[in-house]
Ligand binder design. Structure first.
Ligand code: FES
Length: 108
């Protein structure tokens, strides 16, 4: 597993997704309070960036909405919380060291 530096915590406005383009994937990085989440930046229903959507807390669960058809995805598991999307979107473990956000990726 490889740790990839993506941004500073101070780059993240709360509830505002930041799109980060990595070598093989694009990731939406989201901060809610002290928690930082990373989810692949593409909806599982169609090729639309999730970083264009709104972030909110729904029944204690942080979710990001697909701006096209409105499915919401749990930022912890990547699973959709409602239709039309039915498949999960990959999420990535995040580590914060000295205000820098790192993603842990399987193959870099
Ligand atoms: S493209 Fe995301 S829910 Fe349809």
């Amino acid at each position: 597993m490889t740790a990839v530096q993506v941004c500073a915590v101070s780059d993240l406005r709360e509830y505002v997704p930041l799109r980060v383009e990595l070598e093989r994937i694009d990731v939406a990085v989201v901060r809610v309070g002290a928690e930082v989440f990373a989810i692949e930046d593409v909806c599982s229903h169609a090729d639309v960036p999730l970083s264009d959507g709104d972030v909110e807390i729904e029944d204690g669960v942080c979710t990001i909405e697909c701006a096209l058809h409105g499915s919401r995805f749990d930022l912890t598991t990547g699973k959709p919380t409602g239709p039309p999307a039915s498949m999960a979107v990959p999420v990535y473990p995040v580590e914060i060291i000295d205000d820098i956000v790192y993603l842990k990726l399987e193959n870099g």
